[in-house]
Structure formats: C-alpha cells, structure tokens
Design a binder for this molecule. Structure first.
Ligand code: GDP
Length: 369
C-alpha cells in the first residue's frame, strides 16, 4: 500500500490491495486526478454506498465516537446468522443512545413461519445476549419486504436526531443503505463523506430533509462466522438466496451427516429421532456411519462430499469438535454461525458432536422455528 496518498474525497489513506478495506483504489485509477477512493467514486458517480470493513479495535473506537453524539443507532443483523451478527456489547458502547434492531433477510425463512413468533424469539434472544432495543423490525432489504415499517420506525424513534447504521459484514447493510438513499433521503442534496469524530475513518452521510443525516458505518468483521473464514468462491454456496427448504433426516445414533466438506454433524448417543436442517440448499448433504466418517472425510473431502474443493479448504482453519448435549424434552437448534442451524426436537435427549473450522461459533439455542 501507499500510505502517503490520501483520498481527495474523504481524506482516508489510499491502498490498492484490499477492495473491502477503507481507502481502496484500483491501481489504474491512480492515474486520474484528483485521486479518490473507490467508495467516494461510487458515491459521486452512482449515488451508491459500497461496504467497507474494519477490525474490532477501529470498530470499538467508532462506536465510542457514536456514544459521544445524540443519535438513533440502527443495528442491522442477519436473521439467518442472528447470534453471529449481533453486536452484543452495543448498548454499552453507544452510551445512552437508543438502539433500533433491524432484522434482515426474513425472505430466507420458510414461508410457513409465523412472523409474530419470530419477532418474539428475536426479542428474547437479543435480551439474552445483552441487547435491549427500543424496537425490533423484520425486513428483507433485497426483496423489499417490510421496508415501510423500517422507515416508520426510523421516523418515530429518530426524534430529530442523526441516525447511525451499524452492523457486521454481509448482513445486507449496504443493500439497506442504498434502499434508504433511493426511497427516503432528501435527494435534492448530494451524498457526502466526512470523518467520524476522533477517528481516521470516513463516514457516508445521507442527507435528510431536516438537515440531519443517516450515517453509514464500516461493517465489523467477526471471524467467528463461517462466512468470514471461507474463500469468497465458496460464499455463493454458503449464503442462501431463496427461502430455505428444510431437510428432515431420521437418524439412529452412530450416524453422521457431512454438510459439504465444511461441517460434520455426529449423532453420538440417543434414541432414533429426526433432525431438521436449515441450510443453503446449494450444500451437499451426505449421510454415513459415524465409524466410517474419519476415513470417508480423508478420502473424499472436496469431491464426493461436495464443496469447498480441496484447494479452497487449504485456506480454511482446521476443524475443532464441539460436544453438545440436547436436554430431554427440549426443542433446540444447533447453531453454526454463518452456516445455518439444525433443529433437534428431542423427547429423549441427544448427544452430538459438531466439527467446524476453528474459531467458528457453534452453540445450542432455543429453537427459532
Ligand atoms: P453488507 O456487507 O452488510 O453491506 O452486505 P451487502 O448489502 O453487501 O449484502 C451481503 C449479501 O447478502 C449479498 O449477497 C446480498 O445480496 C445479500 N442480501 C442482502 N440483503 C438481503 C436480503 O434481504 N435477503 C437475502 N436473501 N439476501 C440479502
């Protein structure tokens, strides 16, 4: 990178290596005058906000800066990766500012699902994770579902203040921001960029008609999400694009499911029962005997077992094993951040082993569906 150059738009230090990090400019654009970062270029020419990502330290500094303002904080999370994309310390970091929780990607849930139930579940889970939002809104930024409710909630809770939009990467923040730009902002005025107070990070300001603005923030990268530790080439298979069709497997103990070549699910001990998979339907599922699973993986990962390929797997961290005990008579999900979940409706209890790349969050939670 070339740290001596800075963007003529927002002032961020320019670099030519990582498109998803702040200050990226394609090599060829360095010939132009004035030199501006790709993000400013898109804003200027297409009125479009592109997402950038920052690490934990920069992100916490940024949240602290928001804490010093009087504003509404809109936290956007991915329903499909709820525990993985929720910023649990958010209320603490942004001080007294209210948090509006916008739950995106509801289009992915099976059609049969009752949205009131989902909303209650979200409220309970958010509370359990330490977040107390003033309101919860469900939407799909991409399919334009529930967007009027998002705007209503913004108007109602903003009370004449600025709005900061925060979220992890890949939750659909820029899709939502671009919708807000086209449907809600005061387009007489142009998008501008400015600095967050006390940081070196640039912010996109989307003007509102009362002189206030919606301010986009960089996404935070959580390496506890499978989506952040796999190569980009595998993301298409991992992120569902259509409503998920749940897959039901009746398993005996001593059976294993391979989910592509990326996660392994062992039913170690318990009575025969059903497991329902809520995953991208582009993933290959392979059932086998637990006693054969190690050997099968060694011989067939990346091919018979499905993506990612062996070449892609080379850059993915090694598996670690998570031993989980589903209590008798409970309905729980085995949640694997960035992959989806497996719902266990256990009358008899079940002992499970889940193998996932090191660092990826794997846990039991109250069942969503
Ligand atoms: P950002 O990193 O948070 O800015 O996320 P993007 O807006 O770039 O979206 C990340 C991915 O999620 C892209 O593949 C989007 O197409 C997809 N996406 C965004 N919103 C939705 C949604 O409401 N439903 C679905 N199914 N996908 C979405």
């Amino acid at each position: 990178s070339n740290s001596s150059l800075s963007c003529g738009g927002c002032g961020v230090s320019l670099q030519t290596e990582s498109p998803e990090l702040p200050g990226y400019v394609p090599q060829a654009a360095l010939e132009r005058e004035p030199i501006i970062c790709q993000r400013c270029f898109r804003i200027k020419h297409y009125n479009e906000a592109a997402s950038v990502a920052v690490d934990q330290d920069d992100f916490l500094r940024l949240l602290g800066a928001i804490g010093g303002t009087s504003s509404l904080v809109v936290h956007i999370v991915d329903l499909y990766d709820f525990e993985g994309s929720l910023i649990s310390g958010l209320s603490r970091f942004v001080g007294n500012n209210p948090v509006l929780l916008v739950v995106n990607k509801i289009d992915l849930l099976p059609k049969s699902l009752n949205t009131n139930r989902v909303r209650n579940w979200v409220q309970q889970q958010a509370k359990a994770l330490g977040l107390r939002p003033v309101d919860v809104v469900l939407c799909s930024a991409k399919r334009n579902i529930g967007f009027e409710r998002v705007i209503e909630a913004l108007d109602y809770h903003r009370k004449g203040r600025d709005v900061y939009v925060v979220g992890a990467t890949n939750v659909g923040k820029s899709t939502l921001i671009n919708r807000l730009i086209s449907d809600y902002s005061d387009m007489e005025q142009e998008l501008t960029t400015s600095r967050y107070p006390g940081t070196t990070l640039d912010a996109i300001r989307i003007p509102l008609d009362d002189g206030k603005a919606i301010i986009d923030t960089p996404g935070i990268v959580y390496t506890s999400r499978l989506t952040e530790v796999v190569p980009r080439s595998f993301l298409g298979a991992l992120l569902p694009d259509k409503p998920i069709k749940p897959l039901v497997y009746q398993l005996n103990d001593g059976q294993t499911l391979f989910i592509g070549s990326i996660v392994r699910f062992d039913f170690v001990k318990g009575k025969r029962q059903s497991f329902t998979l809520y995953l991208s339907n582009a993933l290959n599922i392979h059932r086998t005997k637990l006693e054969r699973a190690d050997e099968l993986y060694q011989e067939h990962k990346g091919e018979l077992l499905g993506a990612p390929s062996e070449e892609e797997l080379a850059s993915v961290p090694e598996w670690t094993r998570h031993s989980l005990q589903v209590a008798k008579g409970s309905k729980q999900d085995v949640f694997v951040s960035g992959l989806g979940w497996i719902s266990v409706n256990s009358t008899q209890g079940a002992q499970l082993d889940v193998y996932a790349p090191k660092g990826v969050k794997v846990m039991l939670r109250p069942s969503l569906v």
